[in-house]
Design a protein around this ligand. Sequence first.
Ligand code: ZN
Length: 337
Amino acid sequence: MSQSNDILRQILKEYDDQRKMEERAREDRQNEVYARLPEVKRIDDEIESFSINAMGAYLKNGKDPRLALTQLRQRMDFLKTRKEQLLTEAGYPLDYMEIHYVCPLCQDTGYIHYEQCRCLRQRLIDYAYHQSGLQKVLEKENLAHFDLSLFDDQPISSETMTPRQNMQQLLKRVQNFLHSFSSHPGQNLLFSGPTGTGKTFLCNCIAKELLDQGYTVLYVTAYDLCSLLEKERFQDRSRSVQLTFTSETVGNCDLLILDDLGTEFNNHLSTTELFHCINQRMLSQRSTLISTNFTLGDISATYGERFSSRIIGSYTLFRFFGSDLRRKKRYREGGAL
Ligand SMILES: [Zn+2]
């Protein structure tokens, strides 16, 4: 059994457990309502016994079938309205007795008409790249928690804007990117700037917004991605399913966030594999966000003309500068510098 099939089987079991849990929770809520409002129970019983039984009874009385049907519909409408009225009066939301799915699109089955739902594709990515901790980070690091006051508003020599003004502009451009993500597919961003100037925070903001909109996001460091791709390359043929799995998820996710470009640079194989990934995504019009401490000059000097001209030509540059925010934040929170 290949690793990717094992992962899929494990995740589908989790979906199954999730649905069972939701069904139990629904039953608990239903019993609670029945105990408090016995009339709701009587209504549900009548609705359940409706259809053939009720229709048969009407017809037995020698009624016109069309009239019988109309009367049944009226009775059903009355029962539904009465039930809603009872629930509302008791302070329950109208969907209180329904199943509450985590993903209403696939009703927590992972599939929509035999196609993998986005929630399943994202879970596969999270599993394969140990991304499960990402959600926790994103609860804190998102646009709603963006604190512009952390950025210096003092002019910096050689820059026309203060770091705060620069960040204000970058934020606006990020919002434009997010708004046009579906209408303009294949937009690529290059975040360039020193450590601690807000790149990772802004990457997280983008990941959070797109995940919330139902897109699949793979957030991986260049180092980890190269290690995975190299491992795949050297794996024997019997592990080939795992091989396609990594390449496929890297190629198919709606947004690839490639963090810390430059830290992986140690041999030519990495560069080739990386270039191939980035190129494939460009060809299939899928967005990539590259974040790096390198300047454009560093990229050119490290990866050569071919790679850098491709990046410069197809990526929109977001330049970060200013003092190290991580140090500043720790200082504000009373920690040691
Ligand atoms: Zn789903």
